[in-house]
Design a protein around this ligand. Structure first.
Ligand SMILES: Cc1cc2nc3c(=O)[nH]c(=O)nc-3n(C[C@H](O)[C@H](O)[C@H](O)COP(=O)(O)OP(=O)(O)OC[C@H]3O[C@@H](n4cnc5c(N)ncnc54)[C@H](O)[C@@H]3O)c2cc1C
Length: 378
């Protein structure tokens, strides 16, 4: 058994951490306050080759595996969860689906531009009446000559109003349930497509949008893989995405924990640093233990995926545990900061506003528990 990174992974972690500290952390608060997603960061990440960590060399990637993706997620979300949300959905949902299921022409067109950081993608799955339950999906894509005509709407889509192209789950055979869903790539300038940005409590640097399709025409060769096989493809994409979401939560938890530890060593009360009180020390011990458990679950799930081993249960366990740990740590961190935790000019409130989405997106904590129970044969 080996719990150590390889030399290459250590080097990758060091360079991503340096980039995150120098380029992302200094703009994190400003991007949150101004609700601005820094597209130039995506371009820089593309230039450095970081967006292609899991993709083949022939499309501009580095093929360094899912563990490298986890390393990147942990480091970048620690610097800014809001900025990382846009990067995560772009790479690990949108581009990932195109890589796994796209034709050679689709990969040359979309994956290459995405890995280079020249274009950005979105993942359009959730609908106003279908978030946890894809059986309720109503957005149809009906074949008409050489096109699909899409009608319907999607909700809460990260990068929805920014993306150059979107991987959208649609109903291609109405009445066939999950067996009638297909994934289709929609270009942002497709006739009949529009997006409206939504205001959110947290992750305010990321763009979250409602999508509308009104007789939106898309060439038939934008279908990803076979018609009516979209449900399995979406599940496969989401299973891998959950491993990265776990690392995302781990990074957020680490960021809140680090700020709190620093604060507790400096803030004085009753003539001593507040960190010398046993009540707070036990909070830190619990938080550090949760982070370590989240880290082990997350890296184990990524390692299993890389080895080609089954990892549906491990991916859900990691996402469930790491996101709940992040929420708990962000909340405890506000309390440790006392009144300062409630003031907008300190970062800690931002982690508290950001953390909840990790328990909602990519399947809520309830849905992760359902998946784990289902895998147990219940
Ligand atoms: C900031 C943000 C960004 C997002 N980005 C994206 C994105 O890029 N792409 C995308 O497709 N989606 C995105 N989402 C949507 C997200 O995936 C959904 O919100 C999520 O899956 C939950 O769906 P819902 O909101 O419809 O809640 P519902 O499904 O309506 O659930 C409501 C409540 O019921 C519970 N529940 C539902 N079914 C069950 C069940 N069977 N057992 C137990 N409890 C159940 C849920 O856990 C929840 O507590 C994003 C959401 C947010 C907040």
């Amino acid at each position: 058994m080996d719990f150590e990174f390889t030399d290459d992974q250590k080097l990758f972690q060091k360079s991503v951490r340096t980039f995150a500290e120098k380029e992302i952390e200094p703009i994190a608060r400003d991007c949150d306050e101004r609700r601005e997603f820094p597209l130039e960061i995506v371009r820089k990440l593309g230039d450095l080759g970081y967006l292609g960590a899991k993709f083949p060399v022939e499309y501009g990637g580095t093929e360094s595996g899912l563990v490298s993706g986890v390393i990147m997620a942990e480091e970048m979300s620690q610097a800014s969860p809001g900025i990382f949300l846009g990067i995560y959905v772009n790479v690990y949902l949108g581009l990932s689906a195109i890589h796994a299921f796209g034709s050679e022409a689709q990969k040359q067109k979309y994956l290459r531009a995405g890995i280079a950081g020249e274009q950005i993608s979105a993942w359009g799955f959730a609908e106003p009446d279908a978030g946890s339950d894809p059986g309720g999906m109503k957005t149809t894509a009906i074949r008409d000559g050489d096109d699909y005509v899409i009608n319907g709407s999607k909700i809460l889509i990260t990068n929805g109003d920014l993306a150059d192209f979107l991987v959208v789950t649609t109903v291609t055979t109405p009445g066939a349930g999950m067996g009638g869903l297909s994934l289709i790539v929609v270009d942002k300038d497709s006739p009949g497509f529009s997006a409206r940005r939504l205001d959110t409590m947290g992750m305010r640097a990321a763009h979250t949008a409602e999508l509308s399709f009104q007789d939106c025409r898309v060439p038939a060769d934008h279908l990803l893989g076979e018609e009516n096989t979209g449900f399995k493809k979406a599940l496969r994409t989401l299973t891998e995405g959950r491993v990265i979401a776990s690392a995302f939560a781990l990074g957020l938890g680490r960021a809140a924990f680090g700020r709190s530890l620093e604060f507790a060593k400096q803030r004085m009360a009753f003539g001593q640093p507040v960190g010398s009180f046993q009540g707070l020390q036990w909070m830190f011990a619990d938080m550090a233990t949760r982070l370590e458990a989240a880290r082990l679950l997350t890296y184990q799930a990524a390692w299993r995926a890389e080895q080609g081993l089954p990892y549906i249960t491990e991916s859900s366990m990691a996402k469930l545990f790491a996101s709940e740990a992040a929420t708990e740590i962000a909340k405890t961190s506000v309390l440790i900061h006392g009144g300062a935790g409630f003031v907008m000019e300190h970062d800690i409130q931002r982690f508290y506003r950001d953390c909840m989405v990790l328990e909602i997106g990519e399947g809520t904590s309830h849905i992760q528990r359902n998946t784990i129970a289902h895998q147990l044969g219940l």
